[in-house]
Ligand binder design. Structure first.
Ligand code: FES
Length: 91
């Protein structure tokens, strides 16, 4: 794409909106659900003693990134792409 001043504009990824604990969060298309939770600032889940937990490995091994996605519990969010309107419950 060429801009009005003749420079070549870089294509930006489309932004999608998802809900994280009911709060609307904007993330680029192709981002992981884990990235959306990180952008929200919410913890991914809590340990049995109540401490906030967060994604660790980002490759589907540690399960620290588990959250409920569209009603499905214990989804490893680092392994899922966001979709418009997705509802995520974390923490
Ligand atoms: S961050 Fe380790 S499984 Fe998702």
């Amino acid at each position: 794409m060429i801009t009005s001043n003749g420079e070549t504009a870089k294509a930006r990824p489309q932004e999608l909106r998802v809900l994280v604990n009911g709060i609307s969060v904007s993330v680029p298309a192709g981002a992981s659900v884990a990235a959306a939770i990180m952008r929200s600032g919410m913890p991914f889940r809590r340990s049995v003693s109540g401490e906030p937990r967060s994604a660790l490995c980002a490759m589907g091994i540690c399960e620290e990134c588990r959250a409920t996605v569209n009603g499905v519990p214990h989804v490893r969010t680092c392994q899922r792409f966001v979709a418009a309107g997705m509802e995520i419950v974390a923490g």
